[in-house]
Design a protein around this ligand. Structure first.
Ligand code: FMN
Length: 205
């Protein structure tokens, strides 16, 4: 695929088929991940590729519990809000079907410096690379974090050491639906040139 088509159409794909993902594709997306930058090129990342059905069932149950705890009581309000309902329904679907997704990739970061400005800055570029590569291969992904409500359970299950934080859980699979452009404010609305508040005219194409 052409690079800019990949970037433009990479979005949260939460409805995934249970069909397997090949090892070759998984190596390709992991290879993209490890080409990302990290502070001081420390590369404190690890990627746990989980395909085992029992492990996915356990993680799926913890994820659903996290989903219910965070969003359960807002359910009616979310569904009544036109702007939120679509994302809510899709996230609700994922929360109830995580164990059926063929591959879960957990991105960990060692020696994360905690909740300061740099927290996550050395892992999320790799996660984005991974998701872009998956998109280029026609695989759907979503950056998720709700497993963190049960982070210690996930770490114990997978033998993740104490100094590695689980920064993202990325379900990977062949999408049930089609890729499309996500809804975003255009750069004209969110960029300032030279100084905060100064807009720059964009030539019409
Ligand atoms: C830091 C972060 C945490 C997220 N956590 C979750 C999550 O736990 N579950 C989920 O379904 N989506 C999660 N998302 C995905 C966002 O909901 C999604 O990127 C956003 O709605 C835009 O979706 P779109 O690209 O399809 O427009 C997360 C995204 C980010 C950046």
């Amino acid at each position: 695929m052409e690079f800019f088509d990949v970037v433009r159409t990479q979005r949260a794909m939460r409805r995934l088929k249970p069909d397997p993902v090949s090892d070759e594709d998984l190596w390709t997306i992991l290879d993209a991940a490890i080409h990302a930058p990290s502070g001081g090129n420390a590369q404190g990342w690890n990627f746990i590729v989980v395909r085992d059905a029992a492990a996915k069932r356990a993680i799926g149950a913890w994820y659903l519990d996290g989903w219910n705890k965070v969003y359960g009581r807002n359910r009616e309000a979310m569904l009544a809000n036109e702007a939120m309902a679509r994302t809510f329904r899709s996230a609700d679907y994922l929360a109830h079907h995580l164990a059926e997704v063929p591959v879960l990739i957990i991105a960990t970061q060692r020696n994360n410096r905690g909740a300061d400005l740099s927290a996550g800055a050395s892992i999320y570029p790799a996660v984005q690379n991974l998701m872009l590569a998956a998109r280029a291969l026609g695989l759907g992904t979503t950056l998720t974090t709700l497993h963190r409500l049960h982070e210690q359970d996930v770490k114990d299950l997978l033998g993740i050491p104490a100094d590695a934080d689980t920064m993202a859980l990325i379900p990977v699979g062949h999408p049930r639906g089609t890729f499309g452009e996500p809804s975003r404010l255009p750069p004209e609305k969110v960029s300032y040139w030279e100084r905060w508040g100064e807009r720059h005219e964009r030539p019409q194409t």
